[in-house]
Design a protein around this ligand. Structure first.
Ligand code: SF4
Length: 425
């Protein structure tokens, strides 16, 4: 059976034979505007304009596979459908379709008007078992169409990340500095300690930390202290004992109640990514960018990617407290900085600039992501095999979004590349 989604596509893109288009009452129809596709509850298209028998109607269009679905879905009892000006069905049983007020809605039947080749291509996409459904068809699409759709996907991916962050910002009523602080801290926690690092940032707000942006020792005392990593301890480790004393002093000064321990984990990670090392690097990051909102410009993107973020001297000889190791400088790696850029700084920059009424946000995303390395993984590789380029993160973020959110969900009818394959690109 033909799916309703396909009929929506056919209507939206007018991919059917319009010649001598007539209603079931043999009235001539001219479509001025198919309307705005509605993805939520309510009629399928709103704000449509159609001329029927020389009278222009303005309102909703509802689409069904069979005309009797109108009654099955109980639209004849629903006042939301009273402004339906046209009913579209693939097939009809010949019975009139009526609004809740009893009036009859003009109907168009599409069964004989859809080109068989369109249905054939659609079925090929839907039934494909390939790594992505159009992998054998994509080469017939113009490169410019593919490129602009992948670019759009990269922007959409950043927008979706931004929407998640915006929700957290609204729910917790955060200002920009605290938002950046919490998101950066959470991302620095890595997959294992993401949520506990977020909690660390909530317990130790940025408004306290910013008083110590020239004092790495105090910053470490506050961060290790609030995580409860300064309890107990062996007396011969002078750095630990000094941090502990400083934490007790600062906690009293800022009236910070002794919080319960955080469940910080050291398992299943490289020593260089241990939470202790990350906390010391966070203190350095706080020093390098005393105002986190300074990170949200293109110039700052370059600065952030270029600067060295290391640890305090103690952590050059340690991975955990008390355990003396061979000296090594522990720089925050390029890949970790790129993760922070793609997942925190760029989405928040997008939100921040939008909130300040600035335009050209697509360019901001493009400029930001083209500075970062591409990802070569199971999501990007299928496209690369067909010759699609993946030169930087703007490409790979677009490809990841396309694969996860469109190809894997078979949303070919909503995809620009799918539109070109079906003849509307
Ligand atoms: S969603 Fe687009 S790119 Fe993916 S398989 Fe369908 S048509 Fe191709």
């Amino acid at each position: 059976m033909i799916p309703e989604d396909f009929l929506h596509y056919v209507w939206r893109t007018r991919s059917f034979d319009h010649r001598d288009l007539r209603t079931n009452k043999n009235q001539p129809v001219f479509i001025e505007k198919p309307g705005i596709w509605n993805h939520d509850q309510g009629p399928d298209f709103s704000d449509a304009r159609v001329k029927i028998d020389d009278v222009v109607f303005h309102g909703h269009v509802e689409i069904h596979v069979q005309s009797e679905d109108w009654y099955r879905h109980r639209h004849h009892e629903d006042e939301k459908y009273n402004n339906t000006i046209l009913h579209i069905a693939h097939t009809t049983n010949g019975k009139p379709v009526r609004r809740a007020d009893g009036t009859v809605i003009p109907e168009i039947v599409l069964a004989d008007r859809i080109p068989p080749s369109l249905l054939l291509q659609y079925n090929r996409l839907q039934l494909s078992q390939d790594e992505f459904p159009c992998s054998k068809l994509i080469n017939q699409v113009k490169p410019i169409v593919i490129r602009s759709w992948i670019d759009r996907m990269a922007v959409e991916r950043i927008e979706q990340k931004a929407a998640v962050i915006q929700k957290r910002m609204d729910e917790a009523n955060l200002d920009w500095e605290q938002l950046l602080w919490e998101e950066l801290a959470a991302m620095m926690g890595g997959p294992v300690n993401k949520e506990v690092f977020r909690e660390m940032a909530q317990r130790m707000p940025h408004r306290i930390l910013r008083n110590y942006v020239d004092e790495p020792f105090q910053l470490e005392a506050l961060l290790f202290g609030v995580c409860r990593l300064l309890t107990g301890g062996k007396s011969f480790d002078i750095y630990f004992q000094d941090l502990k004393k400083e934490w007790e002093y600062l906690a009293a000064k800022h009236k910070i109640e002794l919080p319960p321990p955080l469940n910080i984990r050291f398992l299943r990670m490289r020593p260089a990514a241990f939470p202790t090392i990350r906390i010391s690097q966070i203190a350095q990051l706080l020093m390098q960018f005393p105002r986190f909102t300074d990170l949200l410009s293109l110039e700052a993107f370059d600065q952030f990617l270029e600067i060295n973020i290391t640890t305090s001297a103690y952590w050059e000889n340690h991975y955990r407290f008390f355990e003396d190791k061979k000296r090594s400088v522990k720089k925050l790696g390029k890949s970790q900085k790129e993760i922070l850029m793609a997942n925190v700084i760029l989405p928040i920059a997008w939100l921040y600039h939008r909130a300040h009424g600035r335009n050209h946000l697509d360019q901001l995303v493009e400029n930001g992501l083209t500075r970062l390395s591409p990802e070569n993984n199971r999501l990007t590789r299928p496209f690369m095999k067909t010759g699609i380029s993946n030169e930087h993160a703007f490409d790979s973020q677009g490809l990841i979004q396309l694969k996860k959110r469109y190809c894997d969900e078979k949303r070919c009818l909503e995809c620009g590349i799918g539109g070109a394959i079906l003849g509307n690109g």
